[in-house]
Design a protein around this ligand. Structure first.
Ligand code: NBG
Length: 832
């Protein structure tokens, strides 16, 4: 923690004049870029590559943040300040340069500066390889929350893992997804500061021993068989136009010593190196989700690794504050982002009891007052549980602690529900129904003071389904915080046209105070000139996306067509294949009557499938197969186009959301916890076609039902239908258009006659259809027809588009973070 003592070193050098390293005029920035090119990159302008220029600009921008960063870090040592610690196995930050320029307010000066150096800022922005340290919504939510924490001046640390390889890069070959390793660190990462002195050891495996210490106290000693070191890598997270720069601290694993000297001395050089490789493996690679969990010792090791480093770090900050551990919970509010960090409950107990000699009851009170848990899924199969055998082998001491927590917890349960053994076994942290497992949601819930879902419907369903028994036990702990997204990245940065239009009309306060300010554009919906400008912005965004799609996929789409977009992870519950059934239905209508007047549509898909998720990969192949037929059929005459945009990530998302007319949010009701893409689309003026699922419900309420295309079964109806016995085949048999579409897929119509190709997908739909595509098919088609009809009236469509944006205030992540502060963390932002 030594860096915090020298925190006032840099401040004197900072100013806005021409001659300092952090001056904000174009001239000063130009000079700073040249200096960084020279002193950091070691290059002359003549020999500099595009990456050299990117690095020089990035270092310049980083220099601009450092003074405030250092001051914000110093604040962490102030004992009166409570810190929000956001523990997350994923942070999907997206490219930093553009966002940091925006937050600092120096984009235009920098553009001018690099232009004077013969560079184009957009090219340099494009050069940045984004850190893909997350799978999808959960990791991106964590990134939006860091942005809002900083912008609301909440002292905060995001703790996670510095994966060497993030989410794979996706390529499409012959219609199939192929995965390539994401080498994001290849050309260096100018945004992080490595802190080799902030390092903690983390133990694994071995066994435990009981003994009595010198003072006669009963103690447990953990004798591990493997030790690794976690090194801190710090990334500054700036507030939008404000002083706070919060901290993202990611841990990289290393061998404790570069060599195991004993092995080295006895001549076993390779064993020594092996050990090092093993240690470095811990933070090597991000796991894609939706993969079967079994046998993933490494994944469990990753979770424990970053949790242990983070808690040890908090304890050392507490020491720096000269406070003892009795008041740990007054210094830190720890938020567990899903169950991935939930071993924190047992680890904090171990640190307090074993390492700091605190008595159990006191330690338990502190732990419970510190932790809070957010659940992000209703899919029972996605709730993490670790095989007991694996757990014992990796974390023997933690298993003992969990047994003790469980013993005390089950005593409470039996008191509350006497004689109900069933209930006790359902609630137990240990699942003993077959092979034994540790239920991570249970350990998280038992050890936390609050448990929240991520949208109103989701929080409600949690208490009725996957966490029902826990709710029965601790109803007062349950609450809701609906997700939000940052308007900085998702509107101001990625949609400059729209941002400029809004700012021109109502000023720029909406960027910092979206919740209160964005509604001010609502009256302008009546202003013809404003609406025309609005339509023009959308049209420009669509042209740019069309060009990008042409470049990436070869598919030419018409910017005048309705851009119908579904971008998100590929999953059966998200029902990308329902969207495909609609495309096939429209295609068949055209084939029956090629001259009919239809609203031209471009169907744009994007998203990654987990490498081991066979059905999701089939869906990608299906989209591309249908695309091949539809895009090349002369009868269609370009009125329908289908494109799969490869490698959907944050950077690509910047170009996609602003260009969408229609946002597809069509998950089976009750399956999507919240969704956050739905919010990004709507904030960029797309209208939504969606089910009553996740945050769709609240978006519809906010924008008005007349500005939202709703269809499909409700969560309750889904349950009813399933209970009554759902027979997908009856829908297939009784609906001619649906039957035709499915038969075409089955017969090889879209796969050059290959009947076997989509057999697994078709069979799943006909025999099981867990996600009720067939039941929702007709409602979806009818609703899409309403969409097309609405799109014909462009004036009215633009009005709805404006109203969608104007009424999205609630979905700013600033609102979410304020709720976490008030309802869960008991933290007051430092200044409003
Ligand atoms: C995802 C949900 C989304 C939700 C995000 C963020 C997981 C486990 N859950 O619906 O599927 O928007 O979390 O809360 O990734």
């Amino acid at each position: 923690m030594t860096e915090r003592s020298g925190n006032d070193l840099a401040s004197s050098a900072v100013g806005t004049g021409e001659n300092t390293r952090t001056g904000t005029t174009a001239g000063a920035i130009r000079q700073a870029v040249l200096d960084n090119l020279h002193y950091v990159q070691g290059r002359t302008p003549a020999l500099a590559t595009r990456n050299d220029w990117y690095m020089a600009v990035a270092f310049t921008v980083r220099d601009h943040m450092l003074d405030r960063f250092i001051r914000s870090l110093a604040r962490l040592a102030d004992p009166t300040v409570k810190i929000a610690s956001y523990l997350s196995a994923e942070f999907l930050m997206g490219p930093h340069l553009g966002n940091n320029l925006l937050c600092l307010g120096i984009t235009e000066q920098t553009r001018e500066a690099v232009k004077a150096l013969g560079q184009d800022l957009d090219d340099l922005l494009d050069q940045e390889e984004e850190p893909g340290l997350g799978n999808g919504g959960l990791g991106r939510l964590a990134a939006c929350y860091l942005d809002s924490l900083a912008s609301l001046n909440v002292p905060a640390i995001g703790y996670g893992i510095r994966y060497e390889f993030g989410i794979f890069d996706q390529e499409i070959r012959d219609g199939w997804q192929t995965e390539k390793t994401d080498k994001w660190l290849r050309l260096g990462n100018p945004w992080e500061i490595c802190r080799p002195e902030i390092a903690y050891t983390v133990q694994f495996g071995g066994h435990t021993e009981q003994y009595h210490d010198d003072e006669g106290r009963f103690r447990v000693r953990w004798v591990p068989n493997r030790v690794v070191k976690g090194i801190a890598y710090d990334t500054p997270v700036p507030a939008y136009r404000d002083d706070t720069v919060d901290l993202l601290r990611l841990w990289k694993s290393e061998a404790v010593e570069s060599f195991d000297f004993e092995a080295f001395n006895v001549g076993n050089y390779y064993k020594a190196v092996d050990e090092k490789i093993l240690s470095e493996t811990v933070s090597k690679v991000l796991y894609p989700n939706d993969e079967p969990e079994v046998g993933k010792t490494l994944r469990m090791a990753q979770q424990y690794f970053f949790v242990s480093c983070s808690l040890q770090d908090m304890i050392s900050i507490q020491r720096l504050r000269k406070k003892d551990l009795d008041s740990f919970h007054e210094s830190f509010a720890v938020q567990l982002n899903d169950t991935h960090p939930s071993v924190a409950v047992a680890e904090l107990m171990r640190l307090l009891v074993d390492e700091h000699c605190m008595d159990w009851d006191r330690a338990w009170t502190i732990t419970q007052k510190t932790m809070a848990y957010t659940n992000h899924t209703l899919l029972p199969e996605a709730l993490e549980k670790w095989p007991l055998v694996l757990f014992r082998r990796t974390l023997p001491r933690h298993l003992e602690i969990i047994y003790e927590i469980n013993r005390r917890f089950l005593d409470e349960v039996r008191q509350r529900f006497p004689g109900d053994d069933e209930c006790a076994s359902r609630l137990s942290i240990i699942d003993e129904s077959g092979e034994k497992f540790v239920r991570m949601a249970h350990i998280a819930a038992v050890g936390s003071h609050h448990i929240n879902g991520v949208a109103a419907l989701h929080s409600d369903l949690l208490t009725k389904t996957v966490l029902k028994d826990l709710y029965g036990m601790y109803p007062e702990r349950f609450t809701n915080v609906t997700n939000g997204v940052t308007p900085r990245r998702w509107v101001a940065l990625s949609n400059p046209g729209l941002a400029g239009l809004i700012t021109g009309a109502v000023g720029d306060k909406w960027i910092k105070h979206f919740e209160d300010e964005i509604g001010r554009i609502e009256p302008l919906v009546k202003d013809r000139g404003f609406r025309d400008a609005w339509a023009k912005v959308k049209r420009g965004n669509k042209e740019r996306l069309a060009a990008l799609i042409k470049e990436r996929t070869g598919v030419a789409i018409d910017p005048d067509s309705l851009f119908d977009v579904q971008v998100k992870r590929i999953h059966e519950y998200k029902r990308q294949h329902l969207n495909v059934l609609h495309i096939i239905t429209l295609y068949n209508r055209i084939k029956r009557d090629p001259r009919q007047d239809i609203v031209p549509r471009a169907f744009i898909f994007g998203g990654k499938a987990a490498p081991g998720y066979f059905m999701a990969k089939q869906i990608i192949k299906l989209i591309n197969s249908v695309a091949e037929v539809v895009n090349n059929d002369p009868d269609v005459a370009g009125r329908l186009k289908v494109a799969f945009f490869p490698d959907f990530n944050v950077k690509n998302a910047h170009s996609i959301y602003p260009a969408a007319d229609l946002s597809e949010q069509i998950s089976t009701a009750g399956k999507e916890a919240s969704g956050t893409g739905n919010m990004k689309f709507s904030m960029n003026g797309a209208l939504t076609i969606g089910t009553m699922d996740g945050a769709n419900v609240e978006i519809r309420e906010a924008v008005g039902p007349e500005n939202f295309f709703l269809f499909g079964l409700t969560a309750e109806e889904v349950l009813d239908l399933r209970a009554k016995g759902y027979a997908p085949r009856s829908f297939y048999e009784s609906n001619a258009n649906l039957g035709e579409a499915i038969d075409q897929i089955r017969s090889g119509h879209f796969s050059r006659g290959d009947k076997a190709l989509f057999a697994p997908l078709v069979n799943t739909l006909l025999n099981n259809d867990q996600f009720l595509l067939l039941a929702d098919y007709q409602a979806y088609i009818d609703c899409q027809d309403r969409v097309s009809a609405a799109y014909r009236d462009r004036e009215s469509w633009v009005r709805m588009s404006v109203l969608n944006v104007a009424r999205m205030g609630k979905f700013s992540s600033d609102r979410s973070i304020r709720e976490y502060c008030e309802k869960i963390w008991n933290i007051e932002p430092l200044k409003k």
